[in-house]
Design a binder for this molecule. Structure first.
Ligand code: CP
Length: 322
């Protein structure tokens, strides 16, 4: 593995999942792998879990993590080639990224989409420019369209639950359901979850959302898509709850019907499904208190697993880029 920006950087998902679970069982087994190595974690946007879990993962491997809040503390970066920088941007990524490449051994970056121009967001210009100009491995801490560390975590958590329930040979039914929200949110988590579950290929995968909330077929191809949430939830083993804004008429909120929020009544349709969410979550808008505080929620376990996902990825990169 050279970079980690999507599932396409992973040659064997199950092997990476097992590596992460091995780190969960024994966090310090590779505590000298990253000795004298440094990871720069650049945040153009806020984060809690991604920031902390990546720091912990790096430290478990003996690496030094340095956090830089570019969005609030750094110079405003320009990403367009041949830009005439007479506006608000102060430094071109072409000049900044090679400097990061000299300071660090691995560069990790979080950016969000603008949700204004779909073509720009889906071009993934920011992360591509860092890959082009940094000259060192790049890890996505969430980009304009994907959140691969979250999705790896999600597959780890599902695998862990399947191993716990000893139904590892059965094909679980996994449902990704849209949920209401007060703000237009990126499609990253939903895109990425769909991309990883499809690539993993070990589930009966159903996506449910209101009309007009179709995600890009690039990521959902292979899944069953329905607008009937109750039909989708029937016999589900895992329900992944997430809001996203519209993809076609880009970045809009068309629907906020509270009946799309998962409740215990809806959970009764499922096969006693485990409920997942990447967090942060708006209580009683996106997910009900009764689900979040109930025994089917594996959301805290899921967030805790972010450490092992990050540790497995950093370990792969350290081994392959000595
Ligand atoms: N799930 C997730 O990425 O959380 P943060 O935004 O807090 O990092």
């Amino acid at each position: 593995m050279k970079n980690f920006v999507s599932v396409n950087d992973v040659s064997n998902i199950d092997a990476l999942v097992q590596k992460a679970l091995a780190y969960k069982a024994n966090p310090y087994i590779d505590k000298t792998l990253g000795t004298n190595k440094r990871i720069g974690c650049l945040f153009l946007n806020p984060s809690m879990r991604t920031r902390l879990s990546t720091q912990i993962a790096a430290q478990n491997l003996g690496m030094e993590p340095i956090i830089f809040n570019v969005g609030s503390e750094g110079w405003m970066l320009e990403f367009e080639e041949e830009a005439i920088m007479s506006g608000t941007t102060v430094e071109h990524v072409k000049d900044a990224a090679p400097v990061f490449g000299k300071y660090f051994d691995i560069l990790a970056i979080r950016t969000f989409p603008s949700l204004k121009n779909r073509e720009d967001d889906y071009s993934e210009l920011y992360i591509k420019q860092f890959i082009k100009y940094a000259g060192i491995p790049v890890v996505s801490l969430e980009s304009s369209t994907l959140h691969p560390l979250q999705s790896l975590t999600d597959i780890i958590t599902i695998t862990e639950e399947l191993e716990k329930s000893k139904i590892i040979n059965l094909k679980p039914k996994i449902v990704l359901t849209w949920a209401p929200h007060v703000k237009p949110l990126p499609q990253c988590v939903a895109n990425s979850f769909a991309q990883w579950v499809n690539a993993w290929g070990k589930a009966d995968f159903v996506i449910t959302h209101p009309e007009d909330y179709e995600l890009s077929g690039e990521f959902t191809k292979g899944a069953t898509v329905t607008h009937d949430q109750n039909e989708a939830l029937k016999d589900a083993d895992f329900v992944y709850v997430k809001n996203w804004s519209t993809f076609n008429d880009y970045g809009k909120i068309y629907e906020s019907d509270p009946r799309w929020m998962l409740t215990n009544k809806k959970l009764a349709i499922t096969n006693n499904a485990k409920v997942m969410h990447c967090l942060p979550v708006r209580r009683n808008v996106e997910l009900s208190d009764e689900i979040l505080d109930g025994s089917n929620s594996i959301i805290t376990q899921e967030a805790a697993n972010r450490v092992w996902a990050a540790q497995a990825v950093l370990s792969e990169i350290l081994r392959n880029n000595g």
